[in-house]
Design a protein around this ligand. Structure first.
Ligand code: DC
Length: 252
C-alpha cells in the first residue's frame, strides 16, 4: 500500500495516523507544483505532502500576505520601495506546528486576511514587483533549507526558486473548467448570483498577467511533468502525482 489515511479507535477516541510514507524518512526531496489559479494546486499539493510525509509550502500565501500588508498600511504598487521595505520588516514566515502552516507577519497570524476579495484583486500586480519577488525567492530558499523534505507550490517554484528540484509538476486546466470550479466553490460557500463568464474573464486576465511579467513568469519548466486536470477528479490528480514521485524516487 502506498497511501491511504488510516484511522483507528484508541480508548474510545479516533486516532488519525499519518499516511504511509513512501519516501525514506531521512531522505531530502523537493517537489515543485506550479500552474495557474483554479487547477486545484493548493489542495492537491497539500494532500500530496500528507501522503508522502513531506512538509507543504504555499508560496501564493506569501504574495497574498504582502498584498494584504500593502492594502492595510495604505500603500500602493506605485510606491514599490516602501512596500518592499514594509514587507521585509514584517518578516513573513510560517508557523509549522499548524496544518496547513499558518503565515505570520510581525509574528501575528495573517491567514484570515489573505483570501479576501480585495487581496485577490490586487495580488497579481503586486507579485510582479521585481524587488518583492527577489525577497520572496530568498525566503523560499531558506524555507527549503530548513524543510528539506518539501512539496512547494506556486508559479515559479520549479523554474526559478528550486531549479534543481527532484520532481517538478505543472498543473493545467482550461480557463472554462477553472471558472466552473471557482463558481462551484463560491456557490457552495453561499455566494449568490455568481457570474461564471466574468470569473472566466478574470482568470484569463490573471493568467496573462502572471505569464507575461518580466520576473518569475508562470511557465512550465522544461523538465516538469505537465498534467491537464480538466477531466480528472481530485483523487486522480493526487494519485497521478504520488505515483510519479514514487517512480522517480524509488524507481518503482
Ligand atoms: O496561488 P494563489 O492564487 O494563492 O496566488 C496568488 C497570486 O500570487 C497569483 O496572482 C500569482 C502569485 N504568485 C506568484 O506570482 N508566484 C508564486 N510562487 C505564487 C503565487
Amino acid at each position: 500500500m502506498t497511501s491511504g489515511a488510516t484511522a483507528r479507535a484508541v480508548g474510545g477516541g479516533l486516532l488519525r495516523s499519518r499516511r504511509v510514507c513512501v519516501i525514506p524518512p531521512e531522505r531530502p526531496i523537493i517537489v515543485t507544483v506550479d500552474g495557474p489559479a483554479g487547477t486545484g494546486k493548493s489542495s492537491v499539493s497539500r494532500e500530496l505532502a500528507h501522503r508522502l510525509g513531506l512538509d507543504f509550502l504555499d508560496t501564493g500565501a506569501m504574495y497574498r500576505a504582502a498584498t494584504a500588508i500593502m492594502l492595510d498600511k495604505g500603500l500602493t504598487i506605485s510606491q514599490p520601495d516602501p512596500l518592499v521595505a514594509t514587507v521585509m520588516s514584517a518578516d513573513l514566515h510560517f508557523d509549522w506546528t499548524q496544518d496547513p502552516p499558518v503565515i505570520l507577519a510581525w509574528e501575528q497570524p495573517i491567514d484570515h486576511r489573505i483570501r479576501d476579495a480585495d487581496v485577490t484583486e490586487h495580488v497579481s500586480p503586486v507579485s510582479a514587483i521585481r524587488e518583492l519577488r527577489e525577497h520572496m525567492v530568498i525566503k523560499q530558499r531558506i524555507i527549503g533549507h530548513q524543510h528539506p523534505r518539501l512539496v512547494t507550490e506556486g508559479r515559479d517554484q520549479g523554474s526559478v526558486v528550486f531549479p534543481n528540484a527532484e520532481v517538478k509538476f505543472f498543473l493545467w486546466a482550461t480557463p472554462g473548467v477553472r471558472a466552473r470550479r471557482r463558481a462551484e466553490q463560491l456557490r457552495a460557500s453561499g455566494v449568490q448570483g455568481v457570474d461564471e463568464a466574468r470569473l472566466r474573464e478574470e482568470i484569463e486576465v490573471r493568467d496573462r498577467s502572471d505569464s507575461t511579467r518580466a520576473v518569475g513568469p508562470l511557465v512550465c519548466p522544461q523538465d516538469a511533468i505537465r498534467i491537464d486536470t480538466s477531466d480528472l477528479s481530485f483523487d486522480e490528480v493526487v494519485t497521478a502525482l504520488e505515483s510519479a514521485v514514487r517512480t522517480r524516487v524509488l524507481g518503482s
